[in-house]
Write a protein that binds this ligand. Structure first.
Ligand SMILES: [Zn+2]
Length: 303
């Protein structure tokens, strides 16, 4: 089964294309199998590995637990996201490495990556050179979706601006899986990043959206503030019903942020957008219904 080929395909498939697609699928499945054999020998017997092309999912859980996590969460989430945003499916074997606690996660990170490379990544990270998403499950399953979105964007729109890449990933890191017209869909929910944003706004640290749109450095002085703006500007656009169009506009037409926002509201300038976004963000409420998804993350906020 080719997981990410099940979403909508904009172009009708001709007979020859079908043959090519089938051969590519076989190639991908074979490459995943080979990668899984290598991974099994690297990780040792205390880890399980399952193959669901283009994904190789491994972790310190049982095979049954990985299979159930895949069917109940990873598979429907990726189908939902593909349907809404992505035209190009992941075509290279992509590993998802799951660790059930902070200690095993950190041990793996320290062993495989140079010190400092992922020093900020206490929840998880996506390493594009290895096509590998590494996830600390003690911070919640939402991190799997977050890191998988990076892998999907890498296949669909590798030049995506940082705010949009991190904004989409963090938007759906806490979301509800529902069915819309018989198909899986993800509805974003508020999470702890709302408090970071609201506190930033109250302290006069709102990042102007014009600056957010062009930044190339997410780990500046306050990366939590950057992530909260990226997530919630995506949330705002989602609520305006414009997020999919904006993502497609960036990817397909290479339009500037200003041009894209002008399609939504031609009369608004950056200052208007900042004001409207601030007003909307300040009125949002983090409630128990939305689920504050991670005790671990809460503790890290130290509030
Ligand atoms: Zn991220």
């Amino acid at each position: 089964m080719l997981l990410l080929a099940t979403g909508c395909n904009q172009h009708p498939t001709k007979r020859d294309d079908k043959a090519t697609a089938s051969s590519n699928s076989l190639d991908l499945a074979e490459r995943c199998d080979r990668a899984a054999i290598q991974l099994r020998s690297q990780l040792g017997s205390e880890h399980s590995v399952i193959v669901r092309p283009p994904l190789i999912i491994a972790g310190d859980q049982s095979k049954n637990e990985l299979t159930s996590l895949y069917s109940s969460s990873i598979q429907p989430a990726t189908v939902a996201l593909k349907r809404r945003f992505f035209n190009t499916a992941i075509s290279r074997p992509t590993t998802v490495l799951l660790f059930s606690d902070q200690t095993t996660y950190q041990k793996h990170t320290a062993r495989h990556y140079a010190a400092g490379d992922h020093a900020n990544s206490i929840y998880g990270y996506y390493e594009p050179t290895d096509q590998t998403a590494v996830v600390n499950l003690s911070a919640g399953e939402g991190t799997i979706v977050h890191e998988l979105i990076h892998a999907m964007i890498m296949a669909d729109y590798p030049e995506a601006p940082i705010w949009l890449n991190e904004g989409l990933a963090s938007l759906f890191e806490h979301s509800r899986l529902v069915e819309t017209q018989g198909k899986p869909d993800l509805i974003p929910l508020h999470n702890w990043r709302l408090r970071v944003l609201q506190r930033g706004i109250a302290d006069g640290q709102q990042i102007p959206l014009r600056d957010l749109a062009v930044t190339t450095n997410k780990h500046g002085q306050n990366d939590a503030l950057f992530y909260s703006h990226a997530r919630y500007f995506c949330f705002y656009l989602y609520e305006l019903g414009q997020l999919e169009e904006l993502y497609a506009g960036y990817r397909n037409k290479n339009e500037s942020p200003r041009e894209l926002l002008a399609h939504i509201a031609p009369d608004l300038d950056w200052a208007d957008w900042d004001r409207n976004f601030r007003k909307w963000a300040s009125n949002q409420r983090l409630t128990k219904t939305h689920g504050d998804d991670s005790g671990a993350i809460h503790r890290l906020l130290k509030d």
